[in-house]
Design a protein around this ligand. Structure first.
Ligand SMILES: [Zn+2]
Length: 311
């Protein structure tokens, strides 16, 4: 596991590219950081040809003076850079990226953090829901009634699968069959449809995963905020310093290969759905190492997972 800090800055009105490059030289980052150089050629006579870059002919007086760098958090140049930016009165944007090693990803349980997230589903027009076990306030626990209505099914990624914006896995029928053949547990294969059509799509399926995994526990990388007044589910999970990790007491006894946990709906989202009944927040998907290996073997490109942690 390695932590990186992504730092970006903008020198517009603060000396421009020349000042940015001078700062990078002082921090020994000139050839590490990316700095936009598309400035007017006659603006900075001290710049070398290489540093001038290629000014865009369409933007003769661009103010593009932004740049960025990504360094491991223990890199001594990082402190120098942040001190320089502060001295120059430039407030950088920072973000911590945690990168897990292959060894980390051999953990028994992982959460899916990325697939190609592109198509919309969930509260799309025409989706029918089973609210019989849902919280009356936030809607958590509502279950879409198959077929799952999906927006943008024509734009599915080439890899043949995605996690939709609503947190549901949609994949090609052949991939769903591979998971079933591997005798993985915790899902049923359900039909999907274009949200504009009533008939089930012949190529894609919905991997329906019931939300039975217990609630996360609070840890520095996992803070639960804003519980629903009725069902007490948290509305939001956040980490410290932009770092987020999912912590649980222990895996449940009846854990399957595919599991999901659902929180209460975010207040902003609830407002956005004012005309529809809320249906809870997007589920967190927790999978076993066996499921992870099978998904990797099936070459689900863009699959990104992180370990989940237990006490
Ligand atoms: Zn609730």
């Amino acid at each position: 596991m390695k932590d990186f800090l992504f730092v970006s800055w903008d020198f517009s009105g603060r000396g421009g590219v020349k000042a940015a490059l001078a700062m990078l030289r002082r921090c020994d980052l000139r050839h590490v950081a990316r700095q936009r150089l598309d400035i007017p050629l006659d603006d900075d006579p001290d710049l070398t040809e290489e540093e001038r870059g290629n000014p865009s002919p369409n933007v003769p007086w661009t103010t593009g003076c932004d740049g960025h760098v990504r360094l491991t958090t223990d890199d001594p140049r990082l402190a120098r850079l942040l001190a320089e930016l502060e001295r120059l009165g430039i407030e950088p944007f920072t973000r911590v990226d945690r990168v897990y090693s292959k060894k980390d990803l051999e953990a028994p349980w992982l959460r899916i953090v990325g697939g190609s997230m592109m198509v919309g589903t969930g509260n799309v027009p025409g989706q029918k829901w089973d609210f019989s076990k849902a919280c009356r306030e936030c809607g958590a626990g509502a279950i879409p009634i198959a077929p799952l209505a999906v927006q943008g099914l024509d734009r599915m990624p080439k890899s043949g699968w995605c996690v939709t914006l609503g947190g549901f896995i949609v994949l090609e029928a052949r991939l769903a069959a591979k998971l079933a053949d591997a005798e993985l547990t915790g899902f049923s294969v359900e039909p999907v449809r274009k949200h504009t059509s009533e008939t089930a799509h012949d190529r894609y399926r919905w991997l329906r995963i019931p939300c039975k995994w217990p609630e996360p526990v609070e840890r520095p990388g996992c803070r639960l905020h804003g519980r629903c007044e009725v069902c007490r589910r948290p509305q939001f999970i956040a980490g410290r310093d932009g770092l987020f990790s999912l912590h649980f007491e222990r895996p449940p006894r009846d854990a399957r290969d595919f599991n999901a946990w659902q929180g209460s709906v975010l207040p902003g989202k609830r407002a956005a759905l004012a005309t529809n009944r809320p249906t809870g927040d997007y589920p967190e998907l927790v999978i076993s190492q066996r499921a992870y290996s099978t998904l990797k073997e099936a070459k689900l490109r863009s699959l990104r997972c992180e370990p989940v942690f237990f006490d």
